[in-house]
Design a protein around this ligand. Sequence first.
Ligand SMILES: C[S@@+](CC[C@H](N)C(=O)[O-])C[C@H]1O[C@@H](n2cnc3c(N)ncnc32)[C@H](O)[C@@H]1O
Length: 232
Amino acid sequence: MADPDWYYDELRQVGVDFADAGEVAAYDRNQGRDPAEDCALVAALGVGPSDLVIDVGCGTGQFVREAAKAARAVIALDVSPAMLDYARGQAAVAGLGNIDFRHGGFLSYRHEGAPADIVTSKFALHHLPDFWKAVALSRIHGWLRPGGTFFLRDVVFSFGGSDCARGVEDWIARVAQPEGEGFTRADFATHVREEHSSFRWILEGLIERAGFRIQRLDCADEAYADFRCVRL
Ligand SMILES: C[S@@+](CC[C@H](N)C(=O)[O-])C[C@H]1O[C@@H](n2cnc3c(N)ncnc32)[C@H](O)[C@@H]1O
């Protein structure tokens, strides 16, 4: 059935555009993340050989490659065909045959078959405005089995609205790199101005109202949060 005319078109990207291969390669270079970090996350989530994992907004696929080494199967979703091409290529080089890459996302993927055991999403939910984050979270709830795990990591602000100038400036000062060495001030400024990172208290409410219990919340850095949740 077609979506109604008011439904959000998530395939039309906002903020940073990952539509071309050059942008994707630059993202991969800039993120400079150690695969050991994703390997540790896979272990912390207890991913095992019978598990079906869905990762939403897989990007260049570093996390899904680590997850696929431990899981039975992984479904990797992204709205950017260029990201998917890159991630598919990397998975092939690594000889991983149990990752199903799909063009789709929070609002368009339709899950069929047995429910997932674990759903993860890192640094992708902020692409949606809060209304659509709520819709996305309830859709994720529908993909998971009762008792299944939902893990969300994103740019989430723990400072208040009245303190936002200080909070954002402090964050950018902590993380921005010189041109050519990683994500720059301009990248973080674009994130705040054009994307939809929200406040922690809003995310907490959205997650709980979608039918999850937050088991663990790590927000030691006031600009990031990790939510580990159980699907009720
Ligand atoms: C900042 S990257 C993060 C990629 C990866 N998860 C990581 O941690 O490196 C955000 C990714 O989310 C994807 N994305 C944006 N909107 C999305 C949506 N509505 N559903 C699924 N993926 C989306 C983008 O194409 C991009 O690959």
